[in-house]
Design a protein around this ligand. Structure first.
Ligand SMILES: *Cc1c(COP(=O)(O)O)cnc(C)c1O
Length: 398
């Protein structure tokens, strides 16, 4: 591009105006206006006493959300993938054995991270669309004595399958390993009991069922996990993600009198947003949020089946907040999703990996999990697939 052409293009750039969308894909989900308003407040210093107080409240709210008393509970200043990587690279050292359950894209991502960290990775593969196979995990634990960590994805967003985090964590402990749970999509959408289930390391993200904008990764580590990090013989190769260093910034204790040392500049306004989204969650109640996801999912599943859509995941292993259906014969993936977005303002997700072009993923996460959202997406799907909707009781009452 010539200099003149470039300045012409630059001159045509104006303020960005986000279109109105209804977010019903695999994340981000719709953000509550209260969260947006909280983020639009004036920025304050990240060591301001008021900001330190906000960080302490976020830790309290996150502990209540994860259902844990873990001291080391905070939000990493980065998206969910960094929560995943931080957990993996702190818990394993080169040569350590880690068992990773792979039943979709995100388990596969964990494998790449653990391999880069020099771990000996034992994969337990389960077909896509199914919950992790517990017998396979037990066989791998028996075959690999001394395994340090068993890692799994509770809610596999690429397929819509829910795995048994409680049983997987118990298996890990039975064989002397730590448990590492991906709760990116599960947190606030389905039951997760970090302490009661003995989960040692857990990470999530803000843009799924917490319904805040993307960019933060809430995490929590048990005292067993912290001991493991402290006992490392080799330093974590990433400076930014070394938990031993981040701990002194977020403070490991529960009160603001603990001294904070500068580590990095926290994304101040993003944390205003997370604080507000957690408040909204706890005003509703965590269990009420789980129940709402289950109830609204049932409404969507009934409507999808009435329209002739078939679920990828067998009943009993389905996530309420992520519904994968086979794309009906005769409908083009990209064109169909384009019509949903352009004509109805509704975003849904396409398939990833093996499911690309074959599967649509309809999210019901956080603020996007309501009766009105279901009606909107069902009407839009009926229109683009040329099917008519049978009026249901729920339709009439909306
Ligand atoms: C979205 C997602 C991630 C990655 O989170 P990012 O914020 O996109 O980095 C990891 N695991 C699961 C299960 C997810 O759904």
């Amino acid at each position: 591009m010539s200099a003149a052409a470039r300045s012409g293009v630059l001159a045509s750039v104006g303020a960005f105006s986000a279109p109105k969308r209804v977010l019903m894909g695999p994340g981000p989900s719709d953000v509550h206006p209260r969260v947006l308003a909280a983020m639009a407040q004036n920025t304050i210093g990240h060591l301001d006493p008021e900001f330190v107080r906000l960080m302490d409240e976020i830790k309290l709210l996150l502990r209540a959300t994860f259902r844990t008393e873990n001291d080391l509970t905070f939000a990493i200043s980065a998206p969910g993938s960094i929560g995943m990587e931080t957990s993996v690279i702190n818990l394993v050292e080169p040569g350590d054995t880690i068992i990773i359950c792979v039943n979709g894209v995100f388990g596969g991502r964990m494998v790449s991270m653990a391999e880069r960290a020099g771990a000996k990775v034992v994969k337990v593969a389960t077909p896509w669309g199914r919950a992790v196979d517990l017998e396979g995990v037990e066989a791998a634990l028996k075959a690999n004595p001394g395994t340090r960590v068993v890692a799994f994805v509770q809610a596999e967003t690429s397929t819509g399958a829910l795995s048994d985090a409680k049983a997987l964590s118990a298996l890990a402990h039975q064989y002397g390993a730590l448990s590492l749970c991906d709760a990116v999509t599960s947190l606030a959408g389905v039951p997760l009991e970090v302490d009661a289930w003995g989960i040692d390391a857990v990470y999530s993200a803000t843009q799924k069922c917490l319904s805040a904008p993307p960019g933060l990764s809430p995490v929590s580590y048990s005292s067993r996990a912290v001991e493991r990090v402290k006992a490392r013989k080799t330093p974590v190769v990433s400076w930014f993600q070394d938990l031993a260093l981040v701990m002194s910034y977020w403070g490991s204790g529960g009160n603001s009198t603990a001294r904070r040392t500068y580590h990095h500049t926290a994304p101040v306004n993003a944390l205003f947003g997370l604080h507000e989204s957690l408040l909204i969650l706890h005003e509703e109640g965590l269990e009420a949020s789980w129940a709402r996801h289950a109830r609204v999912h049932k409404q969507l599943a009934d409507g999808l089946e009435a329209l002739g859509f078939r679920y990828v995941v067998p009943e009993g292993e389905r996530l309420p907040q992520l519904n994968s259906v086979w794309i009906p014969e005769g409908i083009d993936d990209a064109a169909g999703r384009g019509r949903l977005l352009n004509e109805f303002g509704v975003e849904i997700g396409g398939g990833l990996g093996d499911f690309a072009g074959k599967v649509w993923r309809i999210g019901l996460m956080g603020q996007s999990c309501s009766e009105q959202h279901v009606e909107r997406v069902l009407n839009a799907l009926a229109a683009i697939s040329g099917r008519s909707r049978v009026a249901t009781a729920t339709l009439e009452t909306v």
